[in-house]
Design a protein around this ligand. Structure first.
Ligand code: X6L
Ligand code: MG
Ligand code: MG
Length: 161
């Protein structure tokens, strides 16, 4: 079994419902177990600013899926939620990214792990730090990345359940 962190976010439609649906699609795969879920965060869009705010979370899973099989399953979830790719870095119903996969690293056109620029993104690092404060990334404690974040807007929200 491998310990993996996924970044999940979207900004089209019912953002909370789309994340919930993603969690149930992950959970219904017998080769995936969700072991930890961060709080939900409203986050200002990064990369392409002329779009709605995102709702983002990070989840920790245990999986027997190999990295490329897990990637296929993440893409399957995006298709189930009718993700369309119209604008680069633009609005989407859901985005499911493999942030970290054990100590595996990959850098090719299909899959880049650790996820590109994840350490500079508040919408990734803040929820990741919430559920894995002892993580080491690129030989550095995650706290160092938290402390170096630019003032990107990331607001933790409180949902009932
Ligand atoms: C330098 C240059 C530093 C580019 C960072 C970072 C660009 C992230 C694009 C970057 C750079 C991205 C989400 C989002 C996107 C999301 C929020 C992207 C592009 N996904 N903004 N933007 N949440 N808040 O899930 O991630 S797509
Ligand atoms: Mg993605
Ligand atoms: Mg992404």
């Amino acid at each position: 079994m491998s310990r993996v962190f996924l970044g999940i976010g979207g900004n089209i439609g019912d953002k909370h419902a789309n994340i919930k649906e993603t969690l149930s699609l992950l959970q219904e795969n017998p080769k995936i177990e969700i072991v930890n879920t961060s709080s939900y965060y409203e986050t200002a869009p990064v990369g392409y600013e002329d779009q709605d705010w995102f709702l983002n979370i990070v989840v920790e899973i245990e999986t027997s899926l190999e990295p490329y099989s897990l990637l296929e399953y993440c893409n399957h979830i995006e298709q189930e939620l009718k993700r369309e790719r119209l604008i680069h870095w633009g609005p989407r119903t859901i985005d499911v990214d493999i942030l970290l996969y054990e100590n595996f690293s990959s850098d090719n056109e299909k899959l880049i792990v650790p996820h590109p620029r994840m350490c500079e993104r508040g919408f990734v690092i803040i929820p990741l730090y919430e559920i894995a404060p002892d993580l080491i990334i690129y030989d550095k404690p995650i706290k160092e990345f938290v402390d170096q974040l630019q003032t990107e807007e990331v607001r933790k929200i409180n949902y009932e359940g």
